[in-house]
Design a protein around this ligand. Structure first.
Ligand SMILES: NC(=O)c1ccc[n+]([C@@H]2O[C@H](COP(=O)([O-])OP(=O)(O)OC[C@H]3O[C@@H](n4cnc5c(N)ncnc54)[C@H](O)[C@@H]3O)[C@@H](O)[C@H]2O)c1
Length: 247
């Protein structure tokens, strides 16, 4: 199996892309731990995948984050793979309508949250020459007319440059850091934009391949970066988006 003996942490693993990723990593031999804010959803997810461990944590709270890493080390003794996936999408508003608290909330989860987990995980990834996969977005690469989620775009663009900074900084420890930029994927996050047949057709047409993505199509890219198949790849930014970003 491609990930035998590997210990993997997927943040925001209770649903959507994180859940699909946890399932794929687990099917490929990894011992997988997921975190999420919502206890009920976390417990439900744990029941759906054999040998999955769930640890509730709010990514906005540094003590919660520390506790997750400590518990993993206590129980499993090491950490090999960190998937920085947890994220939120804001209410659509133009920049001049955004309240500063709304701006800060998105950055706290999508950017500072990834900093918190990475900071706590690095000392253990140094010991295993582990790997980090950041889940950014096409919204971090280009601007979309009428998208109006500036804090989200800013947080995702920041994660792209942080991927390169961390890859460069920790290459000496043989830690590989890579990044995936999904297009629109069918999850709870995008449900509000896919309410009618007209919405669905519009979103499908935004992607040259002719459809939006499924969560496991992102999970498979995570598996690639996490595995030895990507042993010489670090600092890479991979779009997994049905061609959305090339238009
Ligand atoms: N769905 C898409 O179209 C799409 C496109 C590009 C990028 N992404 C990114 O992929 C990632 C996963 O998105 P998704 O569509 O699966 O979203 P989702 O809303 O289905 O799941 C988000 C996950 O993040 C967790 N989370 C949110 N706030 C948290 C907090 N404060 N503390 C801890 N966990 C928290 C949730 O518990 C959940 O498990 C996100 O980073 C998102 O920005 C999604």
């Amino acid at each position: 199996m491609r990930l035998s003996d590997k210990i993997a942490l997927v943040t925001g693993g209770s649903r959507g892309i994180g859940f699909a990723t946890a399932k794929i990593l687990s099917e490929n031999g990894a011992t997988v731990i997921i975190t999420a804010k919502n206890h009920e959803r976390l417990e439900k997810a744990v029941l759906e995948i054999p040998n999955l461990t769930g640890i509730a944590a709010d990514i906005r709270n540094k003590d919660n984050v520390k506790n997750v890493i400590n518990k993993i080390i206590e129980k499993f003794g090491k950490l090999d793979i960190l998937v920085n996936n947890a994220g939120v999408f804001p209410t659509i508003k133009q920049l001049h309508e955004i309240d500063e608290d709304e701006w800060n909330e998105v950055l706290d989860v999508n950017l500072t949250g990834q900093f918190r987990f990475t900071k706590e995980a690095i000392p253990y990834l140094q010991k295993t020459s582990g790997t980090i996969i950041n889940i950014s977005s096409d919204a971090g690469i280009k601007a979309y007319q009428g998208f109006n989620a500036d804090a989200y775009s800013a947080s995702k663009a920041a994660l792209i440059i942080l991927t390169k900074c961390w890859a460069l900084e920790y290459a000496k420890d043989k830690i590989r850091v890579n990044c995936i930029c999904p297009g629109v994927v069918d999850t709870d996050m995008t449900k509000p934009f896919l309410k009618t047949q007209k919405d669905i057709e519009f979103m499908n047409n935004e992607h040259p391949i002719g459809r939006i993505g499924q969560p496991d199509e992102i999970g498979k890219a995570v598996l690639y970066f996490a595995s030895e198949d990507a042993s010489w790849i670090t600092g890479a930014i991979l779009t997994v988006d049905g061609g959305e970003s090339i238009k």
